[in-house]
Design a protein around this ligand. Structure first.
Ligand SMILES: C[S@@+](CC[C@H](N)C(=O)[O-])C[C@H]1O[C@@H](n2cnc3c(N)ncnc32)[C@H](O)[C@@H]1O
Length: 271
């Protein structure tokens, strides 16, 4: 997903969920009067970091948005220039020594709609643990399961699309087929050393305004589209939409609804 402009214009669902979770969890977190250093992992185009997270934080000195994609980081830095914000490239699932990159660490780490892209959950949580100062908290929000991933799996089995989607499993949440995704994530976080303040995967719904909106949203996050030759892209998107409709995402009134589980993990690094 590298088209930052398109993503920023088609992320109403992601923004709705970030707001929902922040409203519930920010009051539960322990806030200092000053000196809060915050990281936002997988900041993408930066608008959630700038327009939701930053204004809602009770106190903050600085927010650092990081993303694996340099295109996203450049877009975010150019678009959301602000005294309390900076953006840097970082791959959160790589074996890195994150405190060599950020020696002071962070008091809070947030992540919205990113960790379903991460295969190496344990390495990722180890990195987040290290990034946090002792006593710090993480709030991690991402897709536990989603019909979108089932659609990818089904599309990858079709002869006309198979060659572009051979590695489909790399793009599906590792929790998609778990019977208890929240427990699976808690287990990993506990092994890494976190206290689990809460970890849930509630079922949510989002009704899209119209079919074009769904198309844009799919296009904005579809990792396969850029591999499909340009002349076949329209057919690929049309087929993706039909496949989603078959997964009972279409209501009798014709509106498309996304029903999915959102992982919300609130973790604490012990003192
Ligand atoms: C769907 S966007 C979410 C953007 C934003 N947080 C929001 O809520 O709108 C997911 C972002 O995660 C980034 N991402 C995926 N894997 C990553 C990794 N291993 N490390 C850091 N960022 C990653 C992608 O580049 C993408 O920009």
């Amino acid at each position: 997903m590298e088209d930052a402009q398109l993503y920023a214009s088609a992320n109403a669902l992601q923004r709705r969920d970030a707001l929902l979770v922040l409203s519930e969890y920010l009051p539960q977190m322990a806030w200092r009067d000053e000196g809060e250093a915050v990281m936002d992992i997988g900041c993408g185009s930066g608008d959630v970091t700038r327009n939701l997270l930053l204004p809602l934080l009770p106190t903050v000195d600085h927010v650092t948005g990081v993303d694996v994609s340099s295109e996203m980081v450049n877009f975010a830095a150019k678009t959301f220039d602000h005294n309390s914000l900076s953006f840097r490239q970082l791959d959160i699932e790589k074996t890195i020594q994150p405190r060599q990159i950020f020696p002071d660490g962070f008091t809070k780490v947030f992540s919205f709609y990113c960790l379903h892209w991460v295969r190496e959950q344990e390495q990722c949580l180890k990195n987040i643990y290290q990034l946090l100062q002792p006593g710090g908290e993480a709030l991690l929000v991402f897709l536990a399961n989603n019909p979108l991933f089932t659609m990818y799996e089904n599309m990858s089995l079709k002869p006309e699309w198979h060659e572009y989607m051979k590695d489909v499993s790399n793009f599906i949440s590792v929790y998609q087929h778990k019977s208890d995704p929240a427990q699976a994530m808690s287990d990993i976080a506990e092994d890494v050393g976190f206290d689990i303040l809460s970890c849930e995967a509630p079922q949510l719904e989002f009704v899209f305004q119209n079919i074009n909106y769904v198309k844009n949203a799919i296009q904005a996050v579809n990792p396969f589209l850029k591999r499909v030759p340009e002349e076949k892209r329209e057919a690929f998107l049309r087929d993706s939409l039909q496949e989603l409709a078959r997964l009972k995402t279409q209501r009798p009134d014709g509106q498309m609804v996304a029903r999915y589980s959102l992982m919300v993990a609130h973790l604490h690094r012990p003192e």
